[in-house]
Design a protein around this ligand. Structure first.
Ligand code: ADP
Length: 640
């Protein structure tokens, strides 16, 4: 028998052994040949081993890449963790895999996902052995592999899990921060290799990336939701002006983006100088109606006074005397400031201690700014609406007063007519000496009485005319405006001449048919020409022109008298309106002439207006619809 070692460097890989049935079968050459073979075998074996190792690595990398690809298709934390435990199971052929996530704030590990080969997902919490290992890994922040659990110090005193000889735990670390622990377990004896531990560590790193991505995604989704809620709130609050709807909208939208027990909007009652709850959600009704807060008292009262937010993280500890619902643990209040004026406060509370993060405070401040201006707008709008309603009512009252006044004036005018006729009659009888002779002084006095009586009669008649135009129908007939104007001009000529004023009429030859009440039209032009004479200086000229324009006859009465200020051109058509209304005015009159003219012209579907340059003269225009033959047929048919 000849045996030679199969050596790779100093390491023995095996023995090459040759045997023979003969004595002394091998010589020196055979030893050399066998050694040469053994050397070649060593090379071949090493190559095969390296190849196997390389293949194993390639398979691991391929499997990890697959895990990476599967993970990249989800941003859901739970789904990602499920993929990780499944991969852990397959990568090392383990019996079970599980993940704990680390809650930094509570400093606690909490079970998240688990998978058992062949049996499906179960709660790892039911396996206290995992808790012990996970806690150890979390403390030491390094992988721990236990090949024989019964001998491991971690399990010397605690419960040894049945039939779980080998388990391993790997920390999931982001920078120095612990995010969780990944664990695997074997139901049959197993010795963890370095390769397995490395592969599982790489998987733990994948899990970290997945958790981070899922958290970022959640955060992003949360922010987007907040933003879209803010946007929606801004849009809706600007499109509604009812104060109550604005308040309710703010509370509802805020409830969607902040998790809390109750939301409250306090507004200032300016009369009592107290804050009252104008809108709320999550409050007990009796609390809502009862609450009145004085400025400077309670949290809202202090926020209102100091104009800055207050956050009480732990009410029982920080403000045990606060009068709130006993279930509340934390309270965040911000001021509602609109255009640098404080109008109230906005508050959120929670049954949890320190329930609000800095981002909540930030969000609430933004909402408060937006809410304050929406509330102020709605308040202003409601105030405006109230004022407009008051004005409308005042206007109605004034209109009614005006109507009563006109009624009164008209009634008095009617009552004055008969006595005035008597006075006029007796004055004439006296002047005619039908009641006996009178002296010259008596005659002078009686003549004054007569003139003044005339003036009162004119006024009374004007008032009665106005009433009649409103109440009685016009006596319309087809008449020639040309003839009417010529007649009016002719009768005014004498009066004009008396005061040294020239009257020029430029009237077309055409008859200028109109459907009109001639007595009333005469009244209009008498008045316009009368005013022109009255407000013109000695030696002035008055021009009367008539022409056709857009199916209308237009009559213009132009003077070069005192003129009318432009801001009063419309007002002179109002009843009793006079440019110089003072008792010392130079010109007589009642201020009713133009009002009557306007009523008459409007009753003829016409228009009357004035143009004037102060100190240079005025032109009054009247336009009346031209009468066409077809209309004549129509109106006579109507008449029939
Ligand atoms: P009255 O002439 O009796 O005062 P009107 O209603 O006819 O009343 O006129 C109202 C006011 O309009 C006049 O008091 C006067 O101030 C102004 N007015 C009317 N016509 C003229 C005019 N041709 N030139 C200047 N002012 C005029």
């Amino acid at each position: 028998e000849l045996a030679v070692p199969i050596m790779r460097g100093e390491r023995v890989l095996g023995v090459l052994d040759a045997q023979s049935t003969h004595f002394d079968a091998y010589d020196e050459d055979d030893v050399f040949i066998l050694q040469t073979f053994a050397g070649q075998m060593a090379v071949a074996l090493e190559n095969a081993r390296l190849f196997g190792e390389a293949q194993q690595h390639a398979a691991e990398l391929g499997a990890l890449r697959q895990v990476g690809l599967r993970l990249s298709s989800t941003v859901d934390l739970k789904a990602g963790l499920d993929i990780i435990v499944e991969s852990a199971l397959h990568l090392v052929n383990a019996s079970g895999a599980h993940i704990y996530l680390y809650d930094e704030e509570a400093q606690k590990l909490a079970f998240s996902a688990a998978l058992w080969a062949g049996s499906g997902r179960t709660l790892a919490g039911a396996q206290p052995c995992f808790d012990a290992l996970a806690a150890q890994v979390a403390r030491e922040r390094r992988p721990i592999a236990i090949n024989d659990i019964a001998l491991h110090p971690l399990y010397l005193e605690g419960a040894i899990p049945d039939g779980l000889p080998a388990i391993a735990g790997l920390p999931m670390l982001l920078g120095g921060r612990l995010l969780g622990v990944l664990g695997v377990a074997f139901l049959q004896p197993h010795v963890f290799t370095e390769d397995e531990v490395r592969t599982l560590s790489l998987l733990a790193d994948q899990a970290v990336l997945n958790i981070e991505r899922a958290q970022l995604f959640d955060e992003l989704t949360h922010r987007i939701n907040q933003l879209s809620s803010l946007y929606q709130m801004a849009q809706q609050t600007t499109s509604t002006l009812s104060l109550q709807s604005v308040l309710e909208l703010i509370v509802a939208e805020l409830g969607k983006v902040i998790s809390c027990r109750a939301i409250c909007i306090f507004l200032l009652d300016e009369q009592t100088e107290e804050l009252w709850i104008a809108a709320a959600s999550g409050l007990k009704p009796e609390f809502r109606d009862r609450t009145r807060i004085k400025i400077g008292e309670g949290v809202s009262g202090i926020v209102f006074q100091k104009l800055c937010p207050i956050y009480i993280r732990n009410i029982p500890e920080e403000a045990p005397d606060l009068h709130t619902d006993p279930s509340i643990r934390s309270l965040l209040v911000v001021p509602l400031i609109a255009k640098s004026r404080i109008i109230g406060t906005l508050s959120v509370d929670s049954t949890a201690v320190d329930a609000f993060a800095a981002s909540d405070e930030h969000l609430l401040t933004i909402v408060a700014a937006q809410a304050a201006s929406a509330i102020e707008n709605a308040q202003l709008y409601e105030e405006e609406k109230r004022r407009a309603e008051e004005l409308r009512r005042a206007y109605e009252e004034l209109k009614e007063l005006d109507r009563l006044k006109s009624q009164f004036v008209q009634n008095i005018s009617h009552e004055l007519r008969t006595p005035l006729t008597f006075i006029k009659g007796y004055v004439e009888l006296f002047l005619d000496e039908a009641l006996g002779p009178i002296t010259d002084r008596q005659r002078q006095s009686l003549e004054i009485v007569g003139r003044k009586t005339e003036a009162i009669t004119r006024l009374v008649n004007d008032i009665i005319t106005l009433q009649e135009i409103e109440a009685l129908p016009l006596k319309k007939a087809v008449i020639s405006l040309r003839d009417l104007l010529k007649m009016v001009a002719a009768s005014a000529e004498a009066t004009a001449m008396n005061v040294g004023i020239a009257l020029q009429a430029s009237i077309p030859d055409a008859p200028m048919w109109v459907l009109a009440d001639d007595d009333r039209l005469i009244q209009v032009f008498d008045n316009l020409i009368g005013n022109a004479i009255k407000f013109s200086p000695h030696g002035g000229t008055i021009a009367i022109r008539a022409y056709s324009q857009d199916d209308q006859w237009v009559v213009a009465v132009q003077d070069n008298g005192i003129g009318i200020p432009s801001d009063q051109l419309d007002r002179i058509f109002e009843r009793f309106y006079q440019v110089d209304g003072s008792s010392t005015r130079r010109f007589g009159g009642t201020g009713l002439g133009l009002a009557i003219a306007k009523e008459i012209v409007i009753a003829h579907q016409g228009r009357i207006w004035a143009e004037s340059v102060l100190g240079e003269g005025s032109t009054f225009y009247v336009s009346l619809p031209q009468y066409a033959a077809e209309e004549g047929n129509k109106s006579s048919e109507d008449g029939a």
